[in-house]
Design a protein around this ligand. Structure first.
Ligand code: FES
Length: 319
């Protein structure tokens, strides 16, 4: 994985999109066009203290004059959303990476089903705008508490028309989204994309368990929660040098790589963004323990994220 282009972008506009949700548009002071994002892509924002946060792009992917993100204030979060809400005003300049995409629309799909919950609408909004512009067959299910708490709703209503289905868990007349409506096997060529809280994503995954392999795509905002996991020491081979490094139970493979001078790119450090992914091979009798939420099962067959993923036995990284 090559390092990503980092650009100094200026905050061109800031607007409140819903209570606690702020929409920001970034532009380059000199370049009229930025690297074009794919629908579903995200960028990294580099905070002044060195932390890096990922935010999905929610604007029209065909408009490369700027990048638009929507950030929900998370008072109990790791501080990124607080910094965005408190510090970023028009005119501020921030290092922003070129887009990366782990949540792609399937080229071969003939019908798309989009499901979003709350702020999970951000990558889904970019997909919906793209599909609407292309005249593709799709439906968008947007799950919110009520209309007032639904970021980007007016724009999506304008772009999607009757293909947008708004589901409300509150208000005078609640109309909750029932994931079981997804259970019957779909028409061949249907792909589903879901982003939102864990409980929505888990319910959608359970309801679509009978769908064809590779037709259900999800994006998580939070790291894997597996409190019972007990890490073990393992061996890390380096394909280019033949070296073997020992990874103790209490350290990540990424930390050990860094300690030995391997500058593997990384960003979130919690298995969410995929920036550190690399190819691997395992010795007979060894297995990789994938602990990220960035890679799908197809990618996991040959790629892993050393910031959180581990091995039992020995794994050789293609670096
Ligand atoms: S640094 Fe984000 S997944 Fe590893």
């Amino acid at each position: 994985m090559t390092p990503r282009l980092i650009m100094k972008l200026e905050v061109a506009a800031v607007a409140d999109a819903a209570p606690g949700v702020r929409v920001l548009t970034f532009r380059h002071r000199l370049r009229p066009a930025l690297p074009e994002p794919e629908p579903g892509a995200h960028v990294d924002l580099h905070l002044p203290d060195g932390r890096v946060r990922q935010y999905s792009l929610c604007g029209d992917p065909a408009d490369a004059t700027g990048y638009t993100i929507a950030v929900k204030l998370e008072p109990e979060g790791r501080g990124g959303s607080r910094w965005v809400h408190q510090q970023l005003q028009p005119g501020a300049v921030v290092p922003v990476s070129a887009p990366r995409n782990h949540f792609r629309l399937a080229d071969e799909a003939r019908q798309h089903v989009l499901v979003a919950g709350g702020i999970g609408i951000t990558p889904i909004a970019a997909m919906a705008r793209h599909l609407a512009r292309c005249g593709a067959a799709f439906e968008l299910h947007y799950c919110v508490r009520d209309e007032a708490s639904a970021p980007l709703l007016p724009e999506l209503q304008a772009a999607c028309g009757t293909r947008l289905h708004l589901w409300r868990s509150g208000g005078d007349v609640p109309s909750r989204f029932d994931p079981h409506r997804l259970s019957p096997p779909p028409q061949p060529g249907t792909h589903l994309y879901c982003c939102g809280p864990h409980r929505l994503v888990d319910a959608v995954l359970a309801a679509t368990a009978g769908w064809p392999t590779g037709s259900v795509h999800v994006e998580h905002f939070a790291p894997l929660y597996d409190a019972g996991f007990v890490p073990e020491a393992f061996q890390l081979g380096i394909a280019s040098t033949g070296a073997t490094l020992e990874v103790p139970a209490g350290r990540s493979a990424l930390d050990v790589l860094r300690e030995h001078g391997f500058m593997q790119p990384s960003s979130c450090g919690i298995g969410v963004c995929g920036a550190c992914e690399c190819g691997y091979r395992v010795a007979d009798g060894s297995t990789v323990i994938h602990r990220d939420v960035a890679l799908d099962d197809t990618a996991r067959a040959h790629r892993m994220t050393p910031c959180v993923s581990r091995a039992r036995g020995r794994v050789v990284l293609d670096i």
